[in-house]
Design a protein around this ligand. Structure first.
Ligand SMILES: Cc1ncc(COP(=O)(O)O)c(C=O)c1O
Length: 961
């Protein structure tokens, strides 16, 4: 038997070799192919010596899956899962198991990317379209977007949108004083950056002010149901727009804000099946009027048609998003909450309108029973109407007594308002819980009988006033009325999943997106009740497990980035950008330099950079890149000198979005500092830095990390994500705070950027597990293999597709751009034809036309095996040979497998009018015989979709035409 030591046999590094695709031999083969002696040699050839570091991470040794799970389980157990009645936008919910197992826990759903290639994304596009339909129906509005990040940021987006479309000249925004405090917190921080004046007052007085917009809420924060019709009209009469925050479940039973005349309606879809998760991730919904469609923030899924005229879905109006419109984009939202929007939409599909009415009816009945019982005993609710929330007065000894009994019964109330307690009910509560509440609030021996109270309430009917009851129909579309048995639901989910290409099928080499392994062991903890079922505003002593997990993860990320402090609040990369720029602006202001407002951004930057700068009211000045794709340092210096004292910061991505480690990065940082500016280093490309160098070491001041790239949170088909920011110590006092929490890592007194103190906290265990299982050495190796793999692919493809930019020793970083413009010029075959043709070969296209039009950017990551990379390269080379046939006239320019791609089963069974065979079209490589992925529609007509914008569900018959 083996002569290995027990420690060796325990194989603590096992996960590292599972995560990293190429094994030792394959790495050797790849190194030999690219001309490097070892991984270290490869890295030294690629990363500038001035920033390359000896191994420095302090994360420690790797843990195997079992040990890491056991360690995290122990930490999770320090969380106490009390029964939550806190409400405030977060409610316990029952995620149907068929959705839990087949969507939330299914890599077919959670590993897909944003649907940039719609022909292989019709499944999730359908699910998101369903989400839009749910939003439209329940809010009573005309159109809705795919999802926003959370309710509070949706409110901030509503304010910005009101300012964009309102004809009012006012600079004032009104916020009703019965809006949730965390929403007000986020909106105020955003208003401060935009320079808007905020007025707060009683909701009835909104019309008394000259404002460009108003934010109202119903059900109000104390639970009251409001008829907003008159006040909405009063604001609109003065050219202001009205945004109404609301609760999706209440709209099942209550009149919608749309029917009251609102211009924008938004809220959280969390309680449609998505666990509270200590604050997220959850999808926010956002609906508005048709006439504002061009101003709507976030992604919109629209109906279009394919080249056969078949109904097909796609992201609508993509071209107006950040990459084209840059600082003029409607918002900086890129990664959103697609997986959670899908879960919410499946929840609506599964329950249907009648099921939802039953759930909402049950919640409301329990609330009526509770209110009746408490009223009988002298605790008359402060609010006279409610859907699911009552507020009672309780102070002094009475309050203390209630809270002591609540703690003993493991019950949480809302306690943030002195003299009041809030109690919100949800679908997970039942009659026994009401009994418990009576015992807790009134003490034993209260004599109330839930059944008797129920009989009285039933006889009276629901307490919702007649003018606020929902009369209009909703979810009448077939999709919400036919999948109510588990068998049907299971098949519906599977049917949609089958239309989508995700990482469980083949590599997704999207440059700048880092589509690496999202390991199963990393995913397992997110559904543990100790992580999933905590309310974000529960007492800190009940969230000790979260505190420990977040602190450890923060420490690791601080070590990895070389910064001094970290904020876990931003819930996407772009939100991190915004939070970082906010910190920079607050820092300048603290030094009496509030006038510094210019942000230098290289032309190669991701579109969210200028879009975020605009949110911080900065003036964007574009810096040129030189012929090699590097930031033109002379131009940077000239522009910095030009704006001189007004320089706020520069935003740079490193390695650059051109896929190279720029030699001049330290100099770039120095120049910006020389002129008094700060350096924001976009951390989207951290997968090429971890353990090799770090932003802090290089000289930048602040960065966001896309945990949904480098640190293994799956992309969910377009979200969720987490975008924590690391900062040098001088920026730490300016990190986000939170009005309802003074937990670790929150800078007291500062406004928030997300609704919850730690953003989408419940997905942080994924990154915790990744780092724990990789250890210091594994993390560095991952970066080194990512670099090796990119160079391997660049070399395999380089003779046929020129590599646009390279750095030192002709090396690329962790991704490379292939230039297709010469081919297009010669043959007419464009990057989009190659992208679509790759679908016939079973691959998702690399990133198309970003950051350079007419190119593809390939990022293999460390997780892809050599065999998979070879398969991809073989496909690309075969495509090149096909292009040559077009060039040689063998296939006509307008009828060849490239311009007709992708090919579908409909093509195969149709009259075949092509000069190439069905075999050549659909099975161009032998491996496809075993492993064919069929695009479910032909190439989609983008222009038609934008010209005829429809973003609600078409009748099912439309799909059969
Ligand atoms: C370079 C870069 N910066 C910023 C972002 C924005 O991150 P997020 O989509 O998480 O908002 C991305 C996303 O793809 C990116 O590639």
């Amino acid at each position: 038997m083996s002569s290995k030591t027990l420690t060796q046999l325990e194989n603590h590094e096992e996960f590292v070799s599972r995560h990293i695709g190429p094994d030792a031999q394959e790495q050797q083969d790849m190194l030999a192919f690219v001309g490097a002696k070892s991984l270290e040699d490869m890295t030294a050839q690629t990363v500038p010596g001035s920033i390359l570091r000896e191994p420095f991470l302090q994360v420690g040794g790797a843990m195997n899956e079992r040990d890491a799970l056991a360690r995290l389980r122990k930490i999770a157990k320090k969380n106490k899962v009390f029964s939550s009645y806190i409400g405030m936008g977060y409610y316990d919910t029952l995620l149907p198991n068929v959705i839990l197992r087949n969507v939330l826990e299914n890599p077919g759903w959670y590993t897909a990317y944003t649907p940039y290639q719609p022909e292989i994304a019709q499944g999730r596009l359908q699910a998101i379209l369903n989400f839009q339909q749910v939003s439209i129906d329940l809010t009573g509005m005309e159109m809705a977007s795919a999802s926003l990040l959370d309710e509070a940021t949706a409110a901030a987006e509503a304010m910005a949108m009101a300012q964009r479309v309102s004809k009012s000249k006012s600079n004032v925004f009104f916020i009703a004083d019965n809006v949730f405090p965390q929403t007000v917190d986020v909106v105020k921080a955003r208003a401060e950056m935009f320079g808007f004046e905020i007025v707060q007052g009683p909701w009835q007085e909104a019309g008394n002010y000259d404002v460009f917009g108003a934010l109202l809420q119903s059900p109000a924060e104390n639970g009251e149901l409001l008829d907003l019709t008159e006040v909405i009209a009063a604001v609109q009469a003065q050219k202001g727009l009205v945004a109404v925050a609301t609760d999706l479940m209440s709209l099942v039973a209550c009149k919608s804000p749309g029917e009251m005349g609102a211009d924008m309606v938004f809220g959280s879809a969390q309680r449609f099946g998505v666990p509270m998760g200590y604050g997220g991730p959850h999808a926010a919904f956002f609906a508005t009027r048709e006439k504002f469609k061009r101003a709507l923030p976030g992604r919109i899924i629209g109906v279009s048609k394919d080249s056969r005229g078949k109904t097909a879905l796609r992201m609508a109006m993509q071209t107006r998003e950040q990459h084209i419109r840059r600082e003029k984009a409607t918002s900086n939202i890129c990664t959103a909450q697609v997986l959670l929007a899908n879960i919410a939409s499946f929840y609506a599909v599964y329950h249907g309108p009648e099921g939802l009415k039953n759930i909402a009816g049950r919640i409301h009945r329990l609330t009526d029973i509770l209110a009746a019982g408490l009223t009988e005993k002298g605790f008359t609710p402060v609010n006279t109407t409610w859907f699911d929330t009552i507020t009672i007065k309780a102070s002094g000894d009475v309050r203390n007594g209630i809270l002591a009994r609540a703690a003993a019964a493991e019950v949480n109330f809302r306690t943030d308002r002195a003299g009041f307690l809030g109690i919100s009910l949800d679908e997970a509560k039942n009659r026994t819980d009401i009994d418990t509440l009576f015992n807790v609030i009134l003490g034993e021996g209260h004599g109330l009988d839930v059944d008797k109270l129920d009989a009285d309430c039933a006889a009276k009917g629901a307490s919702i006033p007649a003018n606020l009851k929902r009369e209009s129909k909703f979810l009448t579309h077939e999709v919400f009325n036919q999948y109510h048995s588990e068998t049907e639901m299971l098949r519906y989910i599977r049917q949609l999943e089958g239309k989508d290409l995700a990482l469980n099928h083949s590599m997704i080499s999207l440059g700048s997106c880092t589509m690496k392994l999202n390991a199963t062991a990393e995913m397992i903890p997110i559904t543990w009740p100790e992580f999933a079922n905590l309310h974000p505003f529960c007492p800190l002593d009940q969230a000790q497990g979260y505190a420990e997990m977040i602190e450890t993860l923060s420490d690791w990320l601080i070590d990895i980035t070389g910064y001094d402090n970290l904020s876990m609040q931003p819930n996407s990369g772009a939100q991190g950008e915004y939070a970082g720029l906010l910190a920079i602006q607050r820092y300048h202001a603290s030094r009496g330099e509030a006038h510094r407002n210019v942000c230098l951004i290289p032309e190669s930057a991701h579109g969210t950079n200028p879009a975020s700068a605009q949110m911080a009211s900065m003036k964007v000045v574009v810096v040129a890149c030189d012929k090699k794709g590097n930031v033109d340092i002379a131009d940077l210096r000239a522009k910095a000198a030009d704006v001189a004292d007004n320089l706020s910061c520069a935003m740079v991505t490193y390695p650059s979005t051109h896929g190279v480690y720029e030699e001049g990065i330290r100099e770039i940082c120095e120049i910006v500092h020389e002129f008094g500016g700060q350096v924001y280093m976009d951390g989207a490309n951290m997968n090429a830095q971890v353990g090799v160098t770090s932003p802090g070491y290089i000289g930048s001041d602040v960065s966001h990390l896309n945990l949904h790239k480098t640190f293994c949170i799956p992309h969910g088909g377009g979200g969720p994500g987490m975008g924590p920011i690391g900062v040098k110590s001088h920026l730490a006092p300016f990190l986000p705070g939170h009005v309802l929490s003074d937990g670790n890592g929150l800078a007291k007194g500062n406004g928030a950027v997300s609704a919850a103190p730690y953003g989408s906290a419940s997905i942080l265990p994924i990154s915790w597990m990744y780092i724990a299982m990789m250890g210091s050495a594994g993390l560095r190796e991952a970066s080194e293999v990512a670099i090796l793999s990119a160079n391997y692919m660049a070399k395999r493809l380089g003779d046929d597709f020129p590599i646009l930019y390279t750095g030192r020793n002709d090396r690329v970083a962790h991704e490379c751009i292939i230039d297709l413009r010469p081919l297009k010029e010669k043959t007419g075959i464009a990057e989009i034809d190659i992208a679509k043709r790759l679908q016939d070969y079973g691959f998702h296209s690399p990133t198309m036309s970003f950051p350079v039009a007419g190119t593809l950017m390939i990022e293999p990551t460390e997780s892809e095996s050599k065999a998979e990379m070879d398969r991809f390269c073989d496909a690309m080379l075969a495509i090149k040979a096909e292009i040559e046939k077009v060039a040689a006239g063998e296939w006509p320019a307008d009828n060849n497998p490239l311009v007709n791609a992708p090919h579908t089963m409909a093509d195969v069974v149709s009259d075949w009018q092509h000069p190439y065979t069905r075999e050549e079209a659909c099975f161009p490589k032998t491996w496809l015989r075993d492993h064919k992925f069929w695009p479910s529609v032909n190439r989609i007509d983008d222009v038609y979709g934008d010209r005829n914008l429809v973003c609600s569900c078409p009748p099912l018959s439309a799909y059969q035409e």
